[in-house]
Design a protein around this ligand. Sequence first.
Ligand code: COA
Ligand code: MG
Length: 292
Amino acid sequence: MTETYRPRRSVLYVPASNDKALSKITSLACDAVIIDLEDAVAPADKVSAREKLAGIFASRPGRRCEMAVRINPLSSEWGADDLLAAARCEPDAILLPKVDTPRDVLEAGDVLDDNLSPDEVKLWAMIETPKALLNIGPIAELGRDPASRLVCFVAGTNDLVKETGILATPDRRYLTPWLMQMVLAARAGGLDLLDGVFNDFRDLEAFARECGEAAAMGFDGKSLIHPAQIDAANRAFAPSAEAVAEARSVKEAFALAENAGRQVIALNGKMVERLHLAQAEKLLAKAATIGA
Ligand code: COA
Ligand code: MG
């Protein structure tokens, strides 16, 4: 989670080539959308999809919902032009696919700097290649330098399955160690972190279960492929009513005159430390922002 909480519980991919899906954006309750030029767009449509960006951003609905653009890899024939076209739209973020090394992020940042893109245009990085996982510490470290613009990781689970040959199981048992590595790296770098997509978009029960697990693992939100997935993601990544009630009681306990200056107190038979107070305040601020 970044310093001031910006909800990214539900982040919907919308293919730039799909007019019907694009027309839905303003009416959706997701925290962010990613206009996709990459995997959701066929090679024959790549150029026409890119040409639509300006129009999509011209009719953008205020700043409630963050808008990112996923470009093609800079190493592909489309990447460089995608990056320039996306930069001209001044989106909240440009999502870089197939990032392997810190250099991949720095190069994109240099292009934005050279084109005088405002500092508010951030970079998000897909973590979806074996190399990205091997280099994840140094990539995440870029988050400590605001000049890098890097603020968020997005797990690319479909690509990771494809690139590594692991079996994709419903419980994600082979993916989980890598997902936890992403959590650790994102926290070390002060980055937000979004879980990968859930492909079976008709199975909302299994989707909600996966969201709950991702929230427990420490993810800030989930990348989505279908509007039907938004509600469950918004619920799963918001603090629960019980968590809010508990945070309030921790805050109230430390506010008592008798506990002023105390580092550790007992509350309902449990030890509570000042670090729990900090945690509680963070959770309450998050709940207030979301309106939970
Ligand atoms: N964003 C916005 N609207 C979407 C949407 C999306 N990602 N996916 C579906 N919709 C809309 C449809 O246009 C449809 O609108 P309608 O009611 O006016 O007809 C409505 O939601 C219901 O869609 P549905 O018929 O259930 O699904 P579909 O068969 O049209 O599409 C997918 C299914 C998977 C092809 C589509 O959801 C999609 O393209 N998702 C994004 C895929 C993507 O970006 N992948 C790359 C990242 S992994
Ligand atoms: Mg991918």
